[in-house]
Write a protein that binds this ligand. Structure first.
Ligand code: 4AD
Ligand code: MG
Length: 427
């Protein structure tokens, strides 16, 4: 008797054959003469029927939701069954009989969030986590195809990347350290050895914002490379995005269909993406938001309005230097503009920020001082400009924001198995 995965049966590989599956009880409906079980494993859900005359009837009666079991029977095609196949059960062996499962249809969102460790078994979370893994694979494929080396930067850091206000501090023995907000500065070190580098690692933000796009711990896809300019950067980012969307569009059709997510928008993603300057963005937004003037940071609402116009991924570039981090390179003839670029998508707004990095030590030192940073905290970073400085660019994309857009999720907390937000860190 072959041990099979449920997906194999649903794909029609085992019709009229004896099969054994291992999994958990997903649903149960009990009649006088027949018990219907839905059994799930990592690959899918299948209906199993147990007749009163079957030797497994007694065991089937005992089964509770989420009990684990081994079930043997005959797989057959049945148009009435969800998925088109079912198993006529012959033997059931209970492995772990479950207590009354706390999650049911009438439970509140809050309750389900507290039960995250159990909710991750739901079809929704199972499918989202699979797509997440495939997105990571596709991103890595693209970086590799372009000759980028994956590197592993530290999470404990001694100086801020993205400004002090969103920095998590911690005691490191008797020292004060932080959790990293971005691996960018470390990638900048590594380009002097490996040139094209990338990492996929957590970033931490002490951000109180409670929106559908903020976590305090998120996964950050970051790339950095030398001898490149803003045009190279945007080309790379649109190449990455197109590859990820096309790959997922081909590979994850079943997952998207079951989640009710629109896969057509992924297949429609093709380079080149529209590019507008920050100034053009302000001009477009002005009629709807008259207070908005050059120099203002674009808020979530502004980005959403812009993104509605495009209906697909696009870039906004050349931001005011004032609102950008110390490392952003500025134009030598108009230093009020920084070479910084955001990729935006509908409903979410910004999903990546990147740009050219200031490569001149003196300008960089001035920028640090202007932002109240102590250059002595960044000596190693300044060394990079002392020893063989090069023009270089890089970007960071939030994996969960990308998934919220791709999968039409209502909230970023469903894009990661164990979300951390201002109020959530359990389990
Ligand atoms: O725009 P940010 O702050 O840029 C950087 O950190 C750069 N140092 C990246 C680089 O150039 N290597 O963050 C980059 C992206 C954002 O566009 C967003 O997608 C995501 O990280 N992000 C968040 N995702 C979830 N929750 C948060 N609180 C996030 N903050 C940023
Ligand atoms: Mg940004």
């Amino acid at each position: 008797m072959a041990m099979v995965k449920i997906r194999e049966i649903l794909e029609g590989c085992c019709a009229d054959q004896k099969v054994t599956v291992r999994g958990w009880v997903y649903r149960k409906r009990e009649g006088k003469e027949l018990i219907f079980l839905l059994i799930r494993d990592s690959t899918g859900v299948i209906q199993c029927t147990i007749k009163k005359t079957s030797p497994s009837w007694n065991e089937a009666q005992k089964l509770t939701i989420e009990s684990s079991l081994t079930l043997e029977g005959t797989a057959k095609e049945d148009k009435r069954a969800p998925g088109g196949f079912e198993i006529g059960a012959e033997t059931i062996t209970i492995i772990g009989l479950a207590e009354t499962f706390p999650i049911s249809k009438d439970k509140s969102e809050e309750f389900i969030r507290d039960m995250r460790h159990l909710w991750l078994r739901s079809r929704k979370m199972n499918l989202v986590m699979k797509v997440r893994a495939d997105v990571l694979d596709a991103a890595r494929q693209y970086f590799k195809s372009q000759d980028y080396t994956e590197v592993s930067p530290p999470m404990f850091i001694s100086a801020a990347v993205e400004g002090g206000s969103t920095l998590f501090g911690l005691k490191y023995f008797d020292q004060d350290l932080y959790l990293t907000q971005s691996s960018q500065l470390y990638l900048e070190i590594l380009i002097y050895s490996l040139e094209n580098v990338y990492c996929i690692a957590p970033s931490f933000r002490a951000e109180k914002s409670r929106t559908i796009r903020h976590l305090t711990e998120y996964w950050h896809i970051e790339g950095e490379w030398p001898f490149a300019d803003m045009n190279d950067l945007m080309k790379f980012e649109e190449g990455l995005m197109t590859h990820v969307c096309q790959t997922i569009g081909d590979k994850c059709q079943k997952e998207f269909a079951e989640l009710g997510a629109d896969i057509a928008k992924l297949k429609a993603v093709k380079a080149p993406f529209p590019r507008i300057t920050y100034k053009e963005a302000i001009d477009r937004l002005k009629p709807k938001n008259p207070q908005l003037a050059w120099g203002a940071d674009l808020g979530y609402e502004d980005e959403k309005v812009l993104a509605e116009d495009f209906g697909k991924p696009f870039f906004v570039y050349d931001y005011p230097t004032e609102i950008k981090a110390f490392y952003c390179k500025t134009y030598s003839d108009h230093s009020e503009v920084a070479m910084s670029v955001d990729m935006m998508v509908p409903r979410i707004g910004e999903i990546s920020t990147g740009g050219a990095r200031e490569e001149n030590k003196d300008i960089l030192t001035e920028r640090m001082k202007a932002q109240g940073l102590k250059p002595e905290d960044y000596e190693w970073y300044l060394d990079l400009r002392r020893y063989g400085t090069v023009p270089h660019v890089g970007f960071g994309m939030g994996l969960e924001r990308l998934l919220v857009w791709m999968l039409d999720l209502d909230n970023i907390i469903d894009a990661i198995p164990f979300p951390r937000t201002t109020r959530r860190f359990y389990p």
